[in-house]
Design a protein around this ligand. Structure first.
Ligand code: HEC
Length: 245
């Protein structure tokens, strides 16, 4: 019974988090077989996210192998913080400084695509808008009062919120965000930015996977080993019992 209550509590709290800012989620197209998309996503991730967030569970060497990027190119294009290729993706920023600068510690993103879901991430990355009342001048429609600045503003530009009034069942009227529109264009148009964010989310989904892929590979090897042993034992048994019958 106690277990059941705990499970229910966990389910409720995670759906509460998922509900977040209450704007509808947009769907990302996840295709872990699309190496070109994963490579572009990796580039965005190391250039725009890795300065604050780590992804400790992913080793550079592993990423190179999975994404078909040679170790030389990984070192040249994707490693900036002086790590070795067999290291996980760590950052140089100290937790104490991060807290001083942002009020919160930017979380490790290794498993975020799994915990939040790809659509949540995709929508989150596209939902920053101008809000002068916030410390960095931006807020997020999906994650209100987020402590993260709009680090992709040079690509996306800046969005402005358009509001609407909605009446709830009890007759009270609330003002909510209707949509976000570009107020200052960035280097990419809307379509290009959507595609870039899709690549980034695709990569982050991959990031949560290697451990699983490793487990599956190992599982296959173990089964193969058991199968071979079975054949050997079968013939051994036949050999031993041959003279007894
Ligand atoms: C300048 C530092 C900085 C950079 C760069 C940055 N972030 Fe953040 N990010 C933060 C901080 C701080 C938080 C914590 C926000 C909070 O909890 O209020 C955060 C939170 C998040 C969250 C929410 C995590 C959760 O589950 O609560 C996600 C997802 C995220 N960042 C993704 C990204 C991605 C993807 C990039 C690269 C495009 C990126 N961030 C770049 C500082 C940064």
């Amino acid at each position: 019974m106690k277990k059941l209550i705990i499970i229910l509590l966990v389910l409720c709290s995670s759906s509460a988090i998922a509900a977040g800012g209450g704007i509808p989620l947009q769907s990302a197209t996840i295709d872990l077989g699309n190496k070109a998309s994963l490579q572009r996503g990796a580039k965005y991730f190391v250039n725009y996210c890795l300065s604050c967030h780590s992804a400790k569970q992913l080793r550079y060497s592993r990423m190179g192998e999975d994404l078909a990027i040679s170790p030389e190119l990984v070192e040249l294009n994707l490693m900036f913080t002086g790590e070795k290729i067999f290291d996980g993706m760590t950052i140089a920023m100290r937790a104490k400084d991060a807290e001083k600068w942002f009020g919160v510690n930017p979380p490790d993103l290794s498993l975020t695509a799994r915990s939040r879901g790809a659509d949540w991430l995709y929508t989150y990355l596209k939902s920053f808008y101008i809000d002068e009342s916030r410390p960095f001048g931006v807020n997020n429609a999906l994650f209100p009062s987020v402590g993260m600045p709009h680090v992709l503003a040079d690509l996306q530009g800046l969005q402005r919120a358009v509001y609407k009034d909605v009446e709830s069942d009890d007759g009270t009227v609330r003002t909510v965000i209707d949509k976000l529109v570009i107020a200052e264009p960035g280097r990419m148009n809307e379509k290009e930015f959507d595609a870039a964010m899709n690549d980034l989310v695709n990569f982050m989904t991959y990031m949560g996977e290697p451990a699983k892929m490793e487990r599956e590979r190992l599982g296959g090897k173990v089964l193969f080993f058991i199968f071979i042993m079975l054949i050997i034992f079968y013939f051994l048994k036949k050999e031993y019992w041959k003279d007894i019958h």
